[in-house]
Each structure stands twice: as structure tokens, then as C-alpha cells.
Design a protein around this ligand. Structure first.
Ligand code: GDP
Ligand code: MN
Length: 416
């Protein structure tokens, strides 16, 4: 029981956090890398088959690699709903690039990391292919357990790194980096050696690793992942793939990067929520959860599940809330036809509960709320908030604590 519970919670955490971070497409990440002196292949981006064909001709390369651009990995082994297998193709013929691009653009590509139905491909990357003699793995990430950046690498790249970590953990190497001192030469050299780069390649790989670390710092990344970090028969160390995540809190000083944010793969409702500074995550149950903070969101989800219910969604209000946001939040939550009850679970720290209460009553009246509403408020100004709710004359069920709130919300949907 505990095991299942732990996995479920982890899955939620991943789902919750992964969408809170800015993601860029591979071609955008590679542009940033290129600008910071990191070695990537020459490439063009195309959003039609014709453009892809033209790009392939213009590259004038011995061999071309065509890659579907979606915000998920595992593309190489992915499948399109056009029937085409593989989101990464190598060919020597520009005409074939055009033909393949035709079966990619406008179709959904499903990989291990996408939803089952896949993600629609809108752009492809047309790059100069290079021969790869060896594929290694390299990532730099902010790691809570190290209190700072950590370099993670494996001589066995290209494939799923999770599999390598599980089956041969001795092939995963780490270097903790002191954020004040920066990456040391000796660390970059040791990692290069652990990845299996020797002779002149060792210095080259170490130099790339240091450049990647500088990039990581400069752009306020939370993660830079290169898989494969490869070696060519001609003796070049090249970043063949790139995935970068960014820290939301740095948006104010990374305006150019955040302006590239590709929200087209989000659910429309998530983008609508973002317009009001709200964070929305859709799930598949029937109890809408209106909370503040990711931690409370997860706790709310867990306690609903423990009481036999299933959350329909989360809406995270964050701090510094205005009444108008509460109204918008309710509008978004009730737009989902699966919703049969709403559970409000707000802990007022920075948030003033009275503002929430006023927002709730206003939303209930103006939206003519049809589904039962259970409210648990705690913290700043809670007494005033309670009386606003009680005196509103609206059919709002108050709950004394989180457990009570979950029980009452589950009871509402069970009655249906
Ligand atoms: P992912 O499947 O989404 O991680 O996409 P990648 O960009 O990592 O590509 C998948 C695989 O295609 C890589 O692991 C390589 O084996 C291969 N690949 C990608 N680019 C090239 C290239 O330029 N040359 C060669 N020979 N193989 C490539
Ligand atoms: Mn890859």
C-alpha cells in the first residue's frame, strides 16, 4: 500500500513541476548553446515539407538528419499517427527530407515521454548529420540533495539514461559543483575521462563541459541535458541533442529566453490560467481542487485519494492574491465538465483569507455555481473569512481541516 502511494505521489510531483518550468524546443536550446561556444551541428528550422526540402538543399551536407520538434524526448523511437516510424531520420537525399517532413508536420508523434495520443509536430529541424562513433550522456542540474549544481555523466549515452541508472549505477558519474567557485578544471577533466574521452579528445570534452556549465549559469537553467554527448570518427565532441529547463524565478532577468516560451503544447486551459497568474493542471477525477502552493496541492490530492475520491484538476493560486483572480479561478475550474464538486483548500500566510472568501462568494453568485462547494480556509484573517461565507446565504459547506474537507467533498460526489 505504501509503495503504491509513494509512486503515485511522485508521478504527481513530476507532472506538477515539469509544467511549471519553461521548456524550449531542441532548436531553440541549440541556438543558445551555439551562442555560448558549445559545439552543435549546422541546422535550419522548417514548418512545411517544402521548406524542409529547401533547407536540406541549402545545407549542402553529405548526410542530413531530420528531427521532429516536440517538447519531449525519446523521439528516435517514437511513432507518428501518419504511420511513419521514428522522429529522427538520417538520409543523404534532400528529396527524402521533403517526403519524410510531409509525414511529420501536422501529425502527432507519440514517444515514451508524451501522452498516449502524442503531440502535434509543427516544426522540424533539418541539420547536417555527423557520424557518431560513441554516444555518452551529460547533464548539469540543480540538485536539492547537493544544495547546488551537479554534473551527471555516463559513458553509456544515447539510450534511456534511466535504464542505465537502474541496471548499471556504477556507470553514472557525478561531480558536485560549488556555485561560488564554479566548475574546476580537474572536475571537467575527470568527467571527460569518466565518459571515456582520452588523448586530445579529453581536453576537448572538458572544454565543452565547462562551456555548458557557463551556459547553465548564464541562462538560469535548472537543467541542461545532452544525450547523446557524442564523439565523431573525425575526433570532434558534439552535442547531438539538447534539453534545457529554466528557473521560473529568473524570468525577470531572462526576458529574451522566456519570450521564446512555446506554450502551444499546453492545454488551452493552462494558458488561460497563466494569463491570470494561475497554475492549472488537469487530472482525470471529478473533484476540482482550488489551493495555494504546489505542496498543498499534492497534499490535497493525496488526502482526496485516501478518502476514496479523485481530483479533476488543481488550480494553484500562489501568493499575493486579488479577488478578481479568485473569480477567474472558479471560472476555469468549473469549465471542466467532469467536475462534480469543488474543494477549496487555502492556507492564508501571505494570502488574506477574507479576500478569498469575498472572491468565492462573488464567483458563486455571478457564475451561478451548480456544483457543491466545500471550503477549508486557515490562517490570516480566517474568522472574518468564515463570517463572510456564513453570512452570504450561499450553500457552501465549511470544513474544519483538510481531512474533514476531503471527506465532505468525496461525500458530495458519492451522492451523485
Ligand atoms: P531523442 O530520441 O528525442 O532523444 O532524439 P536524439 O536527438 O537524441 O536522436 C536520437 C538518436 O538519433 C541519437 O541517440 C543518435 O543515435 C541518432 N542521431 C541523432 N542525430 C544524429 C546524427 O547527426 N548522426 C547520426 N549518425 N545519428 C544521429
Ligand atoms: Mn536524445
Amino acid at each position: 500500500m505504501r509503495g503504491v502511494f509513494a509512486i503515485r505521489k511522485e508521478e504527481q510531483a513530476v507532472q506538477f513541476t515539469s509544467r511549471r518550468w519553461l521548456n524550449l524546443q531542441e532548436y531553440q536550446s541549440k541556438k543558445l548553446m551555439f551562442d555560448h561556444g558549445v559545439k552543435v551541428q549546422r541546422f535550419f528550422v522548417a514548418d512545411s515539407a517544402n521548406e524542409a526540402l529547401e533547407a536540406a538543399k541549402r545545407l549542402n551536407a553529405k548526410e542530413i538528419v531530420l528531427k521532429a520538434q516536440i517538447l519531449a524526448g525519446g523521439r528516435g523511437k517514437g511513432v507518428f499517427n501518419s504511420g511513419l516510424k521514428g522522429g529522427v531520420h538520417l538520409t543523404k537525399d534532400p528529396k527524402v527530407v521533403g517526403q519524410l517532413a510531409k509525414q511529420m508536420i501536422g501529425y502527432n508523434l507519440a514517444t515514451k515521454q508524451t501522452p498516449k495520443e502524442g503531440v502535434k509536430v509543427k516544426k522540424v529541424m533539418v541539420a547536417e548529420a555527423l557520424d557518431i562513433s560513441r554516444e555518452t550522456y551529460l547533464a548539469i542540474l540543480m540538485d536539492r540533495s547537493c544544495n547546488g549544481p551537479v554534473l551527471v555523466g555516463s559513458p553509456q549515452g544515447g539510450v534511456d539514461i534511466e535504464e542505465v541508472a537502474a541496471s548499471s549505477p556504477e556507470l553514472i558519474f557525478k561531480e558536485e559543483i560549488d556555485i561560488f567557485d564554479g566548475i574546476k578544471d580537474s572536475q571537467a577533466q575527470r568527467m571527460a575521462e569518466n565518459l571515456g574521452f582520452f588523448g586530445p579528445l579529453k581536453n576537448q570534452a572538458a572544454d565543452q563541459i565547462k562551456k555548458l556549465y557557463n551556459l547553465f549559469l548564464k541562462i538560469d537553467a535548472t537543467q541542461v541535458e545532452v544525450n547523446p554527448f557524442g564523439e565523431t570518427p573525425e575526433g570532434q565532441v558534439v552535442c547531438f541533442d539538447a534539453k534545457i529547463n529554466f528557473d521560473d524565478n529568473a524570468e525577470f532577468r531572462q526576458k529574451d529566453i522566456f519570450a521564446m516560451d512555446d506554450k502551444s503544447e499546453n492545454e488551452p486551459i493552462e494558458n488561460e490560467a497563466a494569463r491570470y497568474d494561475l497554475k492549472y493542471i488537469g487530472l482525470d477525477g471529478n473533484i476540482a481542487c482550488f489551493v495555494n502552493g504546489a505542496g498543498l496541492a499534492m497534499a490535497t490530492c493525496d488526502i482526496i485519494s485516501l478518502n476514496g475520491g479523485k481530483p479533476a484538476n488543481f488550480l494553484d493560486l500562489g501568493g499575493g492574491v486579488k479577488e478578481a483572480q479568485v473569480y477567474q479561478a472558479f471560472k476555469l475550474l468549473t469549465a471542466d465538465p467532469k467536475v462534480e464538486a469543488i474543494l477549496v483548500n487555502i492556507f492564508g500566510g501571505i494570502v488574506n483569507c477574507a479576500i478569498i472568501a469575498n472572491g468565492i462568494t462573488k464567483a458563486c453568485r455571478e457564475l451561478e455555481l451548480k456544483v457543491p462547494l466545500v471550503v477549508r480556509l486557515e490562517g490570516t484573517n480566517v474568522t472574518e473569512a468564515q463570517s463572510i461565507l456564513t453570512n452570504s446565504g450561499l450553500p457552501i459547506t465549511s470544513a474544519v481541516d483538510l481531512e474533514d474537507a476531503a471527506k465532505k467533498a468525496v461525500a458530495c460526489v458519492a451522492k451523485k
